[in-house]
Design a protein around this ligand. Sequence first.
Ligand code: GDP
Length: 417
Amino acid sequence: MAVKTGFDLKLFRNIGIAAHIDAGKTTTTERILYYTGRIHKIGEVHEGAATMDWMDQERERGITITAAVTTANWKHSKTEVEHRINIIDTPGHVDFTIEVERSMRVLDGAVAVFDASQGVEPQSETVWRQADKYRVPRIAFANKMDKTGADLWLVVNTMKERLGAKPVVMQLPIGREDTFKGIIDVLRQKAVIFKDDVGKEQEVIEVPEEYKAQAEEYFEKLVEAAADYDEGIMMKFLEGEKPSEEEIIRAIRKGTIAIEIFPVFLGSALKNKGVQLLLDGVVDYLPSPLDIPPIKGKTESGEEVERPADPNGPLAALAFKIMADPYVGRLTFIRVYSGTLKSGSYVQNTTKGKKERVARLLQMHANHREEVEELRAGELGAVVGLKDTITGDSLVGDGDEPITLESIEIPEPVIDL
Ligand code: GDP
């Protein structure tokens, strides 16, 4: 039975995990799918051998993530509000630059994963520049904090020096390398201790005495960064008053969405440490489809139009990946920007000037697929039944004005020396 997706659009996060090869994108993505409850054999996840059978199969076939988009749900640890997180695959290898750019085009925010023992590397710079080009708000994840030589400050400093970015430290590490065992939550002024290597248990305690001064110092810096985006915080800051947690989140979120600041989280994906808090960070700081500027398109006469994320508006969708599926044949992955795409409906492919039928709509989860009746503005999924549509094509409703959406630019090849 096809089901309706029932989330409020402001609870959606369409994100990519952006990283250069080896920084830990696959491991981080696997953990996200694990925590978002879509991988159920949780007991099978142990330290090094942390992948499930189906992922091993994917690995053997040389693919890291099953679908162009994987849909997951995440309940924020603090607010307990359930959010929908669509993870859009962004290939990390430089040979896939064009593919990376295509995926950048359809996501609203990204988690930039860095290897904390290396800091920002030349290839991470490439991915970062691509995200800049498409104006993708980002949070950073300093991964591999358990590794020899891991250093949060290496990531923070190279973000400043190599990327010219303004990092905002949201967490401080407790312990390092093989003694890495928790984080200080700078915003909440609490310590979170990871109790095991499967990430099931976390204990929240008071900030240990030896970390108090550093925790306070970084809280000040956080408030200072937030004050740039909220006058009320600025006033409180000047008067020595403490702004509330919600006020700070709102302000930091604003700066992140403006792509001026980059909240930094840390952990070890391999050891299941810190990924749940990173997911809270995705919800707190990355935009929903309602927070991003409306997509632009052109009418047949060349007039520029905008299509805001309104499920009741005219349909505007973009195909961004075609995949062959052994069960259903050709899958066309799309993002719906405006309107609502319904299963069984007809659409116009305005790039090709052809009418196409949407036979079925699917959403891919880590280990199953779900048939849905419709995809609303802001949502992503796969269409079965489109014959002529290829990557980059625009789709509008059968009776709608035939506009074409901003095309995906094919960039110059990027050569890393
Ligand atoms: P990708 O190429 O970015 O997808 O990176 P992978 O997720 O495949 O990870 C690359 C290598 O780093 C693998 O050998 C992982 O086991 C290892 N790795 C990933 N995350 C961590 C981590 O948190 N700590 C340590 N020590 N190794 C990690």
